[in-house]
Write a protein that binds this ligand. Structure first.
Ligand code: NAP
Length: 256
């Protein structure tokens, strides 16, 4: 008789680089199946596992997300799943400028990718897994920028504050029934990725904010993506994943 192997499925957005790539790399295991999403395919990541399905998708395209979720669900054998996890990680920093300097296009993209796409993905995820009495968790990667404000980052901060409130609200809706989806928002700390690099490159009107990001880098205060990913996975799979919470204190050791 063949033994039934129960699998954990991870849907991760923003896996072409940075934190998303680091989380995907650490989640690779024979008992895990990964569904990775970004605009640009990550060939190096794909080469590491035959249990990884990559979908090239632009999350600025909100209208296509329901179809995207159908495509994702086709990769999941619901009967053999012991857990399904959605990590809303993809985000953009732009526009890193005073609000009157930002184009309406850039403002829309920011809110689409950082807030509306995670909202629609959450809605589709809950609808698609409603009937399953297995572990179902959503981790929204937010930011301390939801609370700590800097000139030039108004729309980024607004999107992350929105993500935190959204997570708390959906947590309330879901409650603690056996079929509930658990949802948490987390501030991952400052991490050495291309997003930080972008923040160090000032335009004239955000020079003071860029100085702060340069100082943080110069003082060795940035964690590596791998160290931050380790903490996030511990949160996602551990006992401290409290329904509707916003985890502000997750910190990887800088320089690790
Ligand atoms: N780095 C930090 O210090 C820091 C601090 C607090 C919070 N965070 C949060 O951590 C998360 C990861 O950030 P990171 O630092 O790893 O950033 P990153 O290196 O810039 O990576 C961002 C990822 O998001 C994807 N992405 C961007 N726009 C997309 C779109 N339109 N459609 C699909 N995917 C898109 C990118 O892939 P493509 O370009 O290939 O699409 C990339 O894989 C974000 O939510 C960020 O807000 C970061």
């Amino acid at each position: 008789m063949t033994e039934l192997i129960l699998l954990k499925y991870f849907i991760i957005t923003g896996t072409s680089r940075g934190l998303g790539e680091a989380m995907a790399l650490q989640l690779i295991s024979p008992e895990h199946r990964l569904i990775c999403i970004s605009r640009k395919k990550n060939d190096a990541l794909m080469a590491k596992s035959s249990h990884l399905h990559y979908i090239e998708y632009d999350l600025n395209n909100i209208d296509g997300i329901e179809t995207l979720m159908e495509q994702i669900c086709r990769q999941i054998d619901m009967a053999n799943a012991e857990g399904i996890y959605l990590i809303n990680n993809a985000a953009v920093l732009a526009p890193f400028s005073r609000i009157e300097q930002a184009s309406s296009q850039a403002l829309m993209t920011s809110l689409h990718v950082n807030l509306l796409a995670p909202i629609v993905l959450t809605s589709c995820f809950i609808r698609s897994t409603d009937h399953l009495q297995i572990e179902k968790r959503i981790l929204n990667i937010s930011s301390a920028s939801a609370k700590h404000l800097l000139p030039g980052m108004s729309v980024y901060s607004a999107s992350k504050a929105g993500l935190d409130i959204f997570s708390r609200s959906v947590g309330l809706e879901q409650g603690n029934e056996p079929t509930s989806v658990k949802i948490v928002s987390v501030w991952p700390g400052m991490i050495d990725t291309s997003l930080q690099e972008e923040a160090r490159n000032a335009s004239q009107d955000t020079a003071a904010s860029a100085d702060i990001f340069r100082m943080v880098k110069d003082r060795g205060m940035l964690a590596s993506p791998a160290a931050a990913a380790k903490q996030l996975i511990k949160l996602l799979l551990g006992h401290s994943f409290h329904q509707g919470s916003v985890v502000e204190e997750l910190r990887a050791e800088p320089g690790t």
